[in-house]
Design a protein around this ligand. Sequence first.
Ligand code: SF4
Length: 354
Amino acid sequence: MSTSASWTALAQAAIAGELPSRDQARAVLHAPADELLALLDAAFTVRRHHWGRKVSLHVLENAKLGDCPEDCSFCSQSSVNGSPGGEAPIKSADELVAAARRAFATRAKRYCMVTATRGPSTRDLDVVCEAATRIKAEMDIEICASLGILNEAKAKRLVAAGVDRFNHNLETSERKYAEICTTHTWRDRVETVRIARDAGMTTCCGGIVGLGETEDDLLDLAYALRDLDVDSVPVNFLDPRPGTPLGDRTRIDPQFALRALCMFRFVHPRTDLRVAGGRETTLRSMQVMSLYPANSIFTQGYLTTGGATPFDDHQMIRDAGFELELASGETEAADPAAVASLSPAQPRRLPMAQ
Ligand code: SF4
C-alpha cells in the first residue's frame, strides 16, 4: 500500500462501510512523512462525509480528585501512584452546575463530570445526578459522566437524571491492559460500557497511545472498539505524569499521533472521534492537523493538567475553516473574541510532584 491512490481507495472503502483489513490499518501507521498530507486528506474525506466541517467542543470537570484505589500505571490520581490517602471530597452540585455554565459559555456541545474512583458511591451518584438534572433544566448542553465501574441500578439512576453519555475507556488492548492495571480487568471495562449502553446512554470509549504498547496492541484496541460499536472514541496521547510508573516515558512523536488518528478514522468512519488528552503537548505545532481525521476536541484543559484555552481553540477552528457543532445540532462560527474573557480552567492540583 502506501501511495496517495491507496489512501484514497481506503477512504472510499471506509465511506462504503468496509472495515479496513488489519494490514491496511497497519500501513496507515507506517505512512511515510512524504505522504502525511495525502493520508490526512483521505481521512478528512471520510470525516467530511459523516461530520462535514463540524467540530464539537467538550469540557471535562474533575468532580472528585485523586485518592483512587485503582492502580492504573499512567494515572496521577491513583493512590498507588502517590496520590495521597484520605477521602477526596466530591465537589458540590452547585460547583458542578457552575462549571457547566462555564462550559456552556465556551459553546461546548458536551460537559463531562469525572470522578477518580473504582466506581461511584451512593453519595457520588446523588451529587452527579442532582447536578445533571439541574444542568438539563437550565441549559442546552449534553451531559457525560465518567465515574468508573457501573452496575445496572447505577446506570439507570444516571439515565433518569438526564445523563446522555457515559465514558469508560478501554485504554489499550486486553493483553497490554493486564500490564498497566491489576486492580480490575479489561473485561470489567467492556462490561461497564455494555451496561451503560443497555441502560440507554450513548457510549464514549477510547484509549491512550504511548503507553509502551505494540503496534498490534493499538490495532487490537481500534478493532475492539469497533466490535463494541461505541458512539464516541477519544484518542489520548500519553502525557507522562511525574511520580507514576510511566512518568519517564517519552511522548510519541506528532506525526505518529496523526497517523494513529487517521487509522482510528478509517476503522471508525461514522464515530465521534476526539483528539483528547495530550493534544497540546504531543502535537504541538501540528495540532490543527488533527481536525482532519477527528471531529471533536476537549477545550479548557484536562483532569489534572492544563490545556488550550477556549480562545486558542476557537481561533484554531476558525482559522482552519471549520465550524462549531452545538448540542442543539445547529452549527455556528467559532468566535475567539466572544470567549476571550474565559480563562482556562485551572487544573485541580494533586498535592504531589506534578
Ligand atoms: S480508575 Fe481512573 S482515576 Fe482511578 S487510577 Fe485508573 S485511570 Fe486513574
